[in-house]
Design a protein around this ligand. Structure first.
Ligand code: ADQ
Length: 466
């Protein structure tokens, strides 16, 4: 079996034992089991990055290959095309899209530089797995250099409907780039459908079967591979002994006080203002919960150089102030808002002691927080997940209370329903949700994706270094 080569915008830290996110854990495991290489940006912005300045570091059987970006590349490729064009449009926010020709130019150029950097390190039988919207043209750049490798792409964010995708400038070029992969993987069946519909309307690709197409002499597979979490590991973290948790449980059973929790990157796609308004509506409608229900929002700063992100931050601060100003008492405040990233161990404990996980993105590829929240619960006294129908996770997690995040009343009602739900119903729902996330965990995600990539039929490889 050949090596695995992973390419993503940022590389994970191969040196540390505990990876911060579920995604990094999945990738590191896959890399270690077959040996391989992980390539990406090292997070540094320098004056003049050169291909020859790439850094190689080895950890056991895995090598990391990283490059820096120039100020211009960072501005146009990363903040520009990736995060002002692709991110907003793929999350249905065409109103926030800001397209400039230099964004696309640098986006293509950085992908070219990534391909130049890795090309001489590749072996003939390497399996190449490319991640996410930053790197759509990567395969076409490698193909131009004669690569006949099996190259797979996985999109972590949603693939939008035909009308929305066809409004993205250069969508035809993006389509041609995607069709240079051998396997195109999405989070959900809905994403697969959107992509296939787009191909049927906007390309001459021939469908051999619902998920297999023929294009310019090549066969391309398309599939859904819902990403998961390591449920066992997250549950173990949530069940570490902690005095804060004991106290919270006492408050829940003796004082009938409870916590509603959300944790997200501070991103306009996550629906934070709508969620705060829903919590305010809940308090307005059911004043008996004043002094008893608390909403804890943990929002880690993200992409602060993009204006839309600064705007959402200001809006949230204003909303928190208004709700707390109206309702807070000397010993209780309705909203606790923490604008920073917190350690995973702490997050797991907080999830466990919260009666309600309120995860209501306006659009999300999957949303791992929803799955982590389920993993953290106690089987005997589990919390309830309220989940947006627009999170990819909703395709799998039918036993959550599924809501429309734009409907403030509906979300407020769901909070009320969760607050009064019987223990029997809570346990039954949690049992089903837990079995779902345990069965479709992060290990299964990478196994199934890589098995599908290995199974694709390609044209005969050209001679490369072996
Ligand atoms: P994200 O948009 O980053 O990921 P998500 O799937 O929720 O969203 O993953 C976030 C990760 O960061 C989770 O592991 C979570 O625990 C952690 N996290 C969130 N807020 C935090 C905080 N304040 N402090 C510390 N940790 C925090 C993208 C897509 C998603 C898709 C993933 C994986 O947008 O839809 O699920 O990739 O494919």
């Amino acid at each position: 079996m050949g090596r695995l080569v992973v390419v993503s915008n940022r590389t994970g830290d191969l040196g540390t034992k505990t990876q911060t996110g579920g995604l990094a854990v999945g990738i590191v495991d896959a890399l270690k089991s077959s040996g391989g290489m992980w390539m990406g940006w090292n997070g540094e912005v320098v004056d003049k990055p050169e291909t020859s300045n790439a850094q190689l570091t080895t950890h056991g059987n895995v090598t990391s290959l990283t490059v820096s970006l120039s100020e211009q590349e960072h501005e146009n490729y990363y903040l520009g095309f990736a995060n002002k064009v692709l991110w907003p449009s793929f999350h249905y926010r065409l109103d926030l899209m800001d397209y400039r020709t230099e964004f696309a130019k640098h986006y293509a150029a950085v992908n070219r530089r990534f391909a130049d950097t890795i090309h001489s390190h590749l072996r003939n039988d390497d399996l190449i797995w490319v991640h996410d919207y930053h790197l759509i043209p990567f395969a076409s750049e490698l193909r131009r250099r004669g690569s006949a490798h099996k190259i797979g792409f996985f999109l972590h964010i949603p693939f939008p409907s035909v009308d929305v995708f066809s409004a993205v400038p250069r969508h035809g070029w993006l389509r041609e780039c995607l069709l240079q992969y051998d396997l195109i993987g999405f989070q959900t069946k809905n994403d697969v459908q959107n992509f296939c519909r787009y191909l049927k309307e906007h390309s001459k690709a021939k469908f051999l079967s619902p998920n297999l197409i023929r294009w310019q002499g090549r066969t391309i597979s398309i599939g859904d591979f819902p990403i998961g979490v390591d449920a066992g590991q997250f549950s173990a973290m949530a069940h570490e002994r902690d005095e804060g948790i004991e106290l919270e449980r006492m408050r829940r059973s003796l004082l009938k006080r409870f916590q509603v929790i959300s944790a997200d990157r501070l991103d306009y796609s996550k629906g934070l203002p709508q969620r705060m308004k829903a919590f305010r509506k809940f308090l307005d409608s059911y004043p008996e919960y004043l002094g008893r229900a608390e909403y804890l929002q943990i929002a880690s700063p993200s992409r602060e150089d993009v204006t839309a992100y600064a705007d959402i931050r200001a809006e949230l601060e204003q909303l928190t102030g208004a709700v707390n100003g109206k309702y807070a008492d000397f010993n209780w405040a309705p909203i606790q808002y923490i604008n920073r990233s917190i350690e995973r161990e702490k997050l797991a404990l907080l999830f466990r002691c919260s009666l309600i996980g309120l995860i209501t993105p306006l659009r999300d590829g999957m949303n791992l927080v929803a799955k982590e929240y389920i993993a953290a619960q106690d089987a005997e006294d589990p919390g309830i997940l309220i989940l947006s129908k627009f999170a990819g996770a909703a395709e799998q997690l039918n036993d959550a209370l599924i809501v429309n995040p734009y409907d403030i009343n509906e979300v407020a009602q769901a909070i009320r329903r969760a607050a009064t739900m019987s223990m029997e119903e809570r346990r039954a729902r949690h049992r089903n949700l837990l079995s779902q996330i345990s069965e479709y965990d992060v290990q299964r995600w990478q196994n199934e994706y890589l098995a599908a990539l290995r199974a694709v039929q390609t044209v005969a490889p050209q001679s490369m270094r072996s």
